[in-house]
Design a protein around this ligand. Sequence first.
Ligand code: SAM
Ligand code: SF4
Length: 328
Amino acid sequence: MLTDNYGRTINYLRVSITDRCNLRCIYCMPPEGVKWKPHENILTFEEILRLVKIMAALGIKNIKITGGEPLLRKGAHSFLKDLKLINGIEKVRLTTNGLLLNNFLNEAEENALPNAVNISLDALDINRYKQITGFNNGSSDVFSEPKVILSVIDRLLEKQITVKINCVPIHSINEEEIIPITKLGKEKNIIVRFIELMPIGCASALQCISGTQVKEIIEKTFGALVPFDNISGSGPAVYYSLNGFKGKIGFINALSHSFCHTCNRLRLTSDGFLKLCLSSDVGLDLRQLLRNGANDSEVSQAIIKAVKNKPSSYKFSENIEGMFKIGG
Ligand code: SAM
Ligand code: SF4
């Protein structure tokens, strides 16, 4: 079992498979442009699979695939298939902006499908969507819009895949989207989650709308949110049901209600750094270890030792790299 110096058990790993993206969300990527990690530094799928095998033997059970935009990486579906076959891995989830999900579903065999898909969607109005994602700036080679993303939800549900919509509410940017996005949970059996904006990288210039404020806005329109605690893999999220809704509403209030004391996660960046906390550079350079010829037992011992140093809690600052680099 992987435990840290504060007695927390670590069983969840977020794996970023690329820092590249087909969008430029205002809170994630800097407007002045992005310097991508050198291609040769990005872990191969074989390297990632080897690390996950080693970490599964240490107690990692749940994997979230993220990025950048993970579906941009060629071969993502066969990678997912291999990942799901690793002994000890119980759930593989995917976080995506959704633009390439239709293609992914067309290509992926049943055994490559993730157990759950989180789709990031901060606006349904196309103009606001463009404003937030930079979608209109020639940064995307795939034509899409929120409607296309919504249409793929039904395909996922037909395949019995849990769907979560993740929305980051930001003052003067998308507060008017809170009600329309909440409404998505009325007709569809999905989970709509509101995530507090974390003041890292370029997001520190923007103003978070707290989960409490979002809750008030929702309750004014839809009535009381009723606590609901029966959602697996909920991590730090808190969930509610709403009268007349098929789906559920969730909140991840990392900023206003720190859940560091229950943190069970690690992050593997696309260039192979094992990050112990979102807000800290403390960690382990696994790429170097692997490429210097360490055997599985040496890698395993190094991970056990590094995890002990997981910080007790976060300290956000604008010097922290954007989520696309960390693997949000
Ligand atoms: N590209 C994929 C996507 O957008 O879902 C996966 C990577 S993205 C970095 C993962 C999640 O991080 C998204 O839901 C995004 O909204 C969230 N995110 C990025 N920067 C954030 C910030 N500063 N605060 C809170 N969430 C953030
Ligand atoms: Fe890309 Fe996701 Fe960051 Fe948006 S939040 S720029 S989709 S990595």
